[in-house]
Ligand binder design. Structure first.
Ligand code: BG6
Ligand code: MG
Length: 216
């Protein structure tokens, strides 16, 4: 019997990838680097600074900036990203998410958030679902990002369950890899991409119920 749920944020609870893309594309353009949507796919689940490093590498400019300059560039990207989130509301929850969270509360099943995003608490607040989460893992506390299992192991610990008792939800391949490496059951959410290693893949959260998953 499973005892808790661990959620990724971007692509599972809400679709903020388009805002990350706009902000990174504009920052990259200001550095004379052109990125497209296919490249943006490779940034999903990757931390802010690692994303900047990947963009600089892609533009062959990885040696052009000091650590302090890179911090400033990452802040610049985040300032634009946060502005793009200004109008985020409950209507921006992905299909089935609100219903599923209501079911977790009805069954008294704890939920934790395992997102690389430092903006996660603010985003959950704007979406009106902050109260459904017993804990949000602080990405600053991590030694390694996804696909390392650290964030998922910390998330399970935070809700006082063993990883084998947890179910993780992810839309990105790096996330599925991390959930499996943590020893959890992985639910992949994607209507377009085959997520290798997922124990179950669905197109959206409308395709799963708490009752069904607790029994897997
Ligand atoms: C992940 C996104 O959820 O968070 C990445 O998929 C993003 O694209 C990462 O870079 C870090 O987000 P933030 O909000 O801390 O810049
Ligand atoms: Mg994601």
């Amino acid at each position: 019997m499973k005892k808790g749920f661990v959620f990724d944020l971007d692509g599972v609870i809400t679709d903020t990838a388009k805002f990350h893309y706009t902000a990174w594309r504009n920052l990259a353009a200001s550095l004379d680097i052109t990125i497209d949507e296919a490249f943006n796919e490779t940034l999903k689940g990757i931390s802010r600074m690692d994303s900047l490093d990947r963009i600089l590498l892609y533009g062959h400019k990885e040696k052009d900036y000091t650590a302090a300059e890179k911090t400033r560039l990452a802040e610049q990207k985040n300032d634009e990203y946060v502005k793009l989130l200004a109008n985020l509301t409950e209507a921006d929850l992905l299909p089935g998410v609100h219903d599923f969270l209501v079911q977790t509360k009805a069954h008294s099943i704890p939920c934790a958030l395992a997102s690389a995003s430092k903006n996660a608490p603010m985003i959950l607040q704007k979406l009106g679902v902050l109260d459904y989460f017993a804990h949000i893992v602080d990405p600053e506390s991590l030694k390694k990002g996804k696909p390392d299992p650290e964030i998922f192991i910390k998330a399970a610990e935070s809700i006082h369950i063993a990883p084998e008792e947890a179910i993780g939800f992810e839309d990105a391949q790096a996330g599925i890899a991390g959930i499996k490496a943590a020893g959890m059951y992985a639910v992949g959410i994607s209507a377009t991409e085959k997520l290798a290693g997922a124990d179950l893949q669905v197109a959206s959260m409308t395709d799963v119920t708490v009752e069904q998953l607790l029994k897997v």
